[in-house]
Design a protein around this ligand. Structure first.
Ligand SMILES: [Zn+2]
Length: 309
């Protein structure tokens, strides 16, 4: 039975409820860990699927309005749990076999305060005084990307942070890189969690544009391996590989993972371009179809290449 219903306004509360139910139903393969708290004290939850030592990491919703990435990742967790329980194939991938050799860690909602603000406006948060001013007194927060402090969580990681010219320099609905790298509890939680593990690869889900960011400033063996995996993702999803300028702006999770850890990481932009708003639910079926096998594909790839860089 499916626990996660992804085609709805998928809220933080719904996610927490689903995680509890998944944990009850699938305790043989799924466990959870609180890795930190948002500014307003919402739990940032990591989900572990599998029993293997080879680990990969998939996260979603660094950016508030991109909450459909949370639906996608939760749907993936539920589907892989069912596949494990029933010893099914998903696409060409034998779920139980892959999850016995590997573990996939998911953080489905990096920015729960921001997501709640986008979905419910000031009703969704506790301290609304500052965000109304930051939003130019507009009531709709549907284009908001930042956390509740007005810091863009994907411009916070220590990879070329100093050189980012955000052209804002103060809290805002998007783009502001913050007063220092990792100043925000949400990014610090992801940073610390990542360093506690030896993830072979990572995916950070964003929207929109059907694009794969895979390179940043990588070169040599890392670039070759990253390109190989990015091409596998392209073949599965139809998304386009992005070739950055010679001096790309950093600060993103993927930039940091590539640059500091020296291992492949990918920013995947789901959905055709939709402009500054959440991806509409009618786009979901294709997104799911494009992405449903990716976690298993990347876990198996990591296992087969676990001794390589
Ligand atoms: Zn984004």
């Amino acid at each position: 039975m499916q626990i996660v219903a992804p085609k709805q306004l998928y809220s933080y509360a719904k996610m927490i409820e689903d995680i509890c139910n998944l944990e009850k139903q699938y305790s043989s393969v799924l466990s959870t860990k609180k890795i930190g708290e948002s500014v307003e004290g919402k739990k940032i939850v990591a989900i572990k699927l599998g029993h293997g030592e080879t680990e990969i990491f998939i996260n979603a919703a660094h950016h508030a309005r991109e909450w459909l990435t949370t639906s996608l990742v939760m749907h993936m967790v539920d589907t892989y749990c069912q596949g494990y329980a029933n010893d099914d194939l998903i696409g060409i991938f034998p779920v139980r076999d892959i999850l016995s050799k590997t573990s996939i860690w998911f953080v489905p909602m990096v920015n729960p305060d921001g997501v709640s603000l986008v979905q419910y406006g000031v009703e969704g948060i506790e301290n609304c005084t500052d965000v109304i001013a930051l939003n130019n007194n507009q009531k709709s927060f549907s284009s908001w990307k930042a956390n509740i402090n007005g810091v863009d969580l994907n411009r916070q990681y220590p990879a070329g942070w100093e050189t980012i010219d955000d052209q804002i320099g103060k809290p805002a609905p998007s783009m502001y890189k913050g007063p220092s790298p990792l100043s925000e509890p949400e990014t610090k939680a992801i940073y610390d969690f990542t360093l506690e593990h030896d993830f072979k690869t990572a995916v950070s889900y964003h929207s929109s544009g059907e694009e794969i960011f895979w390179k940043y400033k990588s070169s040599g063996a890392l670039l070759n391996r990253s390109k190989k995996i990015a091409t596998m993702i392209k073949e599965k999803t139809g998304y386009q590989l992005i070739y950055p300028s010679p001096n790309p702006s950093g600060g993103g999770f993927t930039d940091w993972f590539l640059d500091s850890l020296g291992k492949p990481a990918f920013t995947l932009e789901i959905s055709p371009l939709v402009g500054p708003r959440p991806v509409p639910l009618e786009n979901y079926d294709k997104i799911w179809n494009d992405n449903k096998e990716l976690g298993l594909m990347l876990a198996l790839e990591a296992f087969l290449n676990k001794d390589n860089r």
